[in-house]
Design a protein around this ligand. Structure first.
Ligand SMILES: Nc1ncnc2c1ncn2[C@@H]1O[C@H](COP(=O)(O)OP(=O)(O)O)[C@@H](O)[C@H]1O
Ligand SMILES: [Mg+2]
Length: 260
């Protein structure tokens, strides 16, 4: 039976409105679940609150009401869940080598030093960066830097990997290759993912489950399962048809909300 890794219930978040003493509601009664081993995506327009939601799940942003829980993997002795996070930009420490960047994260998660070498080697190999241990981030292309960021997040063997529009800063050819590679990597690493994007095509291609979010305030207005079997091809007409239907639904939802 599938177990739940992330459970968010009726979560509401407010921010102070700029220039007034008032608050505005960013996230309104958000509920979602991510099952172990699943790839779940949240899709919504820019500025709707996707990054805010991931930050709340990562524990680096507060919320007003509702609850959330991230469960540690069954069979581990960890009392708190390990959460991996990949941001839009790689956010590497440019004065440290690739290996030291990854070890920095391992140390922060209290992973025993005797496992560092094995973990760095295994996950660099998995993302296609074997042999880059001693290189520095600024010698790498944008795509390779983002692969280091993915390695850093995978190497802590997270209970859930949060990804915030991780390919949106890359050119489309690099992004496409990264999406294909990500699918393969995740099948090997068996990681549970919560992925955020404003790109429906990307979400349909990658996901088992999509949560569609509207805006101001953001609510989840639809939850869709993508049952197209894996491995998937980006040009699969079934994916294209799903994308077309979902784009249509998005427009009518946002129009009904008066979105401009
Ligand atoms: N720290 C903050 N203080 C006040 N407002 C914020 C803060 N962070 C984000 N916001 C506002 O919350 C809304 C959602 O932002 P964000 O989560 O970054 O959206 P998304 O990631 O979907 O583009 C935006 O209107 C943004 O201006
Ligand atoms: Mg964002």
């Amino acid at each position: 039976m599938a177990s739940t890794v992330v459970s968010v219930n009726n979560l509401t978040k407010k921010f102070p409105a700029p220039g007034s003493g008032e608050e505005f509601t960013v996230l309104d009664s958000i509920s979602l679940d991510v099952e172990a081993g699943n790839f779940a995506s949240i899709v919504g327009p820019s500025g709707c609150g996707k990054s805010t939601l991931l930050n709340i799940i990562a524990g680096i942003e507060t919320h007003e009401s509702g609850s959330l829980k991230v469960f540690p993997k069954a069979g581990t002795s960890n009392s708190a869940a390990h959460i991996g996070y990949v941001f839009q930009s790689p956010r590497l420490l440019n004065w440290l080598t690739v290996k030291d960047n990854i070890q920095f994260a391992l140390e922060a998660q209290n992973i025993p030093r005797e496992r560092w070498h094995e973990l760095v080697t295994k996950y660099l190999e998995m993302v296609g960066l074997g042999g880059q241990e001693r290189n520095y981030p600024l010698n790498l292309s944008g795509g390779m830097q983002q692969r280091v960021a993915i390695t850093r997040a995978l190497a802590i063997e997270p209970d859930v990997l949060l990804m915030d529009e991780p390919f949106s800063h890359l050119d489309e050819i690099t992004a496409r290759k990264m999406r294909l590679d990500l699918m393969e990597i995740l099948q090997r690493a068996k990681t549970t993912i919560l992925f955020v994007t404003h790109d429906l095509r990307e979400a349909v291609f990658l996901s088992d489950q999509i949560y569609m979010m509207n805006t101001k305030p953001a609510r989840i207005f639809k939850r869709v399962r993508i049952d197209v079997p894996r491995p998937r091809k980006p040009e699969d007409p079934r994916l294209f048809d799903l994308e077309k239907d979902l784009v249509r639904e998005f427009f009518s939802e946002l129009e009904a909300q008066g979105y401009k």
